[in-house]
Design a protein around this ligand. Structure first.
Ligand code: NAD
Length: 475
């Protein structure tokens, strides 16, 4: 039975677990509620996978693996169908559905890229490597980009010949549930592509400890990333791909295009209500242009918020009450140590109910303050100044995170000096997050992650390498 979800385009919605090609209730009948962040009302009840359900999903994926891994890349037809369904019936107007379709399009052809190497370097031998799927791959999703990440993980894992079990985030299970109905329609063989919903404990933790899962791909917080590494160490040393948190700096030099820098850096931290891993939550502006930059940033940072279903609204509320309370707590902490120049007084026309956070700017924040060190995950930015390149680099790198750094300058030598010195998996020069591209790697330095995702990187991450040595007989 589907749970009814009231929204303008969808009257009823499938929210059960998708295991072995079928929609099923949780074995104990358990569900959890999805609460609208705009109104605080319940909009759906979603099945909560028990340990037994999670094990059943892994067992289905294990049983489906031999037949699936034996298919050639001609199985691209199934993936192409999924792309068509995804494009034709998008779950919403998110950019994500387009990104997801592009990803599926790419990986539907990519199976042919799976090849080993051969070597004649050793006398009397022909040596070669084979690339083979691991078996069952697991995935765990965050709530902030659910469809994009689901497909980003599923498409390369499946194209490499693995079978797949993914858990959606308890905060955003609906779009994954929708994708499950598309997977069913696309006609994947039962067990190949399983989508389950539930909280970290129980079902996330069962996946992390599972002896039959050989690779686990995860996007989420650094805190959970650590737990997954512990679980891997305690179970079967499964490989982990970890895309974790960030505290991304943007560095603004006096010779930059200041209007562009203001526009892009304010969008970066406002995008998705500040709920992105790579939002430039720390801005370092050269003291020669600080007043001008901050004034312009303040103007740009005031936007139209409201009902996320209405066109023109951007951004919407925070994802839920927990997220809202967390951001408010950080703002209160910030007020104790830094000067707040936007966010203290309620903006006119700002929504009164729901989990809406005012755009907030702090200046002169001590570098060791909690709000400079920890992820806030809201439309909250700290703008500090610097006098020299060395100072900017030292401040930008003084963090345990290293996901995305941005540099605005017209001096190409300075830009490249900075790119070399910044401890960050991604560096934008005269651009900032969310600018990323699928054909270049994405991932973090330091505690922002392990491994990389991308068109080239993701396929390899889901393939084992086997070395075969062949001794040739003398003539
Ligand atoms: P989270 O770590 O709280 O949860 C992510 C997922 O992990 C959820 O599905 C959750 O149920 C699951 N989980 C929680 N505890 C678990 C456990 N003990 N065992 C197994 N699974 C468990 O993260 P979130 O709040 O959903 O997402 C926000 C975080 O994700 C932020 O830190 C953000 O920076 C990060 N993020 C990173 C990237 C990236 O590409 N680097 C992208 C988006 C978000």
């Amino acid at each position: 039975m589907s749970t009814i979800v009231q929204n303008p385009t969808t009257k009823s919605f499938e929210t059960r677990l998708f295991i072995n090609g079928k929609f099923v209730e949780a074995s104990d009948g358990g569900t959890f509620d999805v609460i609208s962040p705009s109104t605080g009302e319940r909009i759906a009840q979603v099945s909560e996978a028990t340990e037994q359900d999670t094990n059943a999903a892994v067992a289905a994926a294990k049983a489906a693996f031999p037949a699936w891994s034996g298919l050639t890349s001609e199985s691209h037809v199934e993936l192409a169908e999924l792309e068509a369904l995804s494009m034709g019936r998008p779950v919403s107007a998110y950019f994500e559905s387009f990104v997801a379709a592009q990803t599926l399009d790419h990986f539907s052809e990519a199976g042919y890229q799976v090849m080993g190497k051969s070597s004649l370097n050793q006398n009397g031998y022909v040596n070669m490597t084979l690339r083979q799927p691991y078996g069952v791959v697991g995935g765990i999703l965050p709530w902030n980009v659910p469809v994009g990440f689901l497909i980003n993980k599923a498409a390369p894992a499946l194209a490499a010949g693995n079978t797949f079990v993914i858990k959606s985030s308890e905060k955003a299970p609906l779009t994954s549930a929708k994708i499950a109905t598309l997977v069913e329609k696309a006609g994947f063989p039962p067990g190949v592509f399983n989508i389950i919903s539930g909280h970290g404990p129980v079902c996330g933790s069962v996946l992390a400890h599972h002896m039959d899962i050989r690779v686990l791909t995860f996007t989420g917080s650094t805190r959970t990333g650590r737990l997954l590494q512990e679980a891997s160490a305690k179970s079967n040393l499964k490989n982990l791909i970890l895309e974790l948190g960030g505290k991304s700096p943007a560095i603004i030099f006096p010779d930059c295009n200041i209007e562009k820098a203001v526009k892009q850096t304010s969008f970066s931290i406002q995008f998705n209500s500040g709920q992105t891993c790579m939002g430039n939550s720390r801005i370092y502006v050269h003291e020669a242009i600080a007043d001008n930059f901050i004034e312009k940033f303040k103007q740009a940072f005031v936007v139209q918020s409201g009902d996320p279903l209405l066109p023109g609204t951007n951004p919407g509320p925070q994802a839920d009450l927990i997220q809202y309370n967390q951001v408010q707590r950080y703002i209160e902490e910030g007020k104790k140590v830094a000067k707040i120049i936007l966010g203290d007084e309620p903006l006119e026309n700002w929504p009164k109910n729901g989990f809406f956070i005012q755009p907030t700017i702090f200046v002169n924040t001590p570098e060791d303050a909690t709000i400079m060190k920890q992820e806030i995950f809201g439309p909250v930015v700290s703008i500090n100044t610097f006098a020299s390149e060395d100072e900017a680099v030292a401040k930008a790198n003084d963090t345990e995170y290293g996901l995305y750094a941005a540099v605005y300058t017209k001096d190409i030598s300075r830009a490249l000096r900075m790119a070399k010195r910044l401890e960050s998996g991604n560096v934008g020069i005269n651009c900032t997050s969310p600018t990323t591209f699928p054909d270049v790697p994405f991932g973090g330095y330091k505690s922002s992650g392990v491994g990389r995702e991308g068109w080239n990187e993701s396929l390899n991450a889901f393939l084992e390498v086997k070395t075969v040595m062949i001794e040739l007989d003398e003539e």
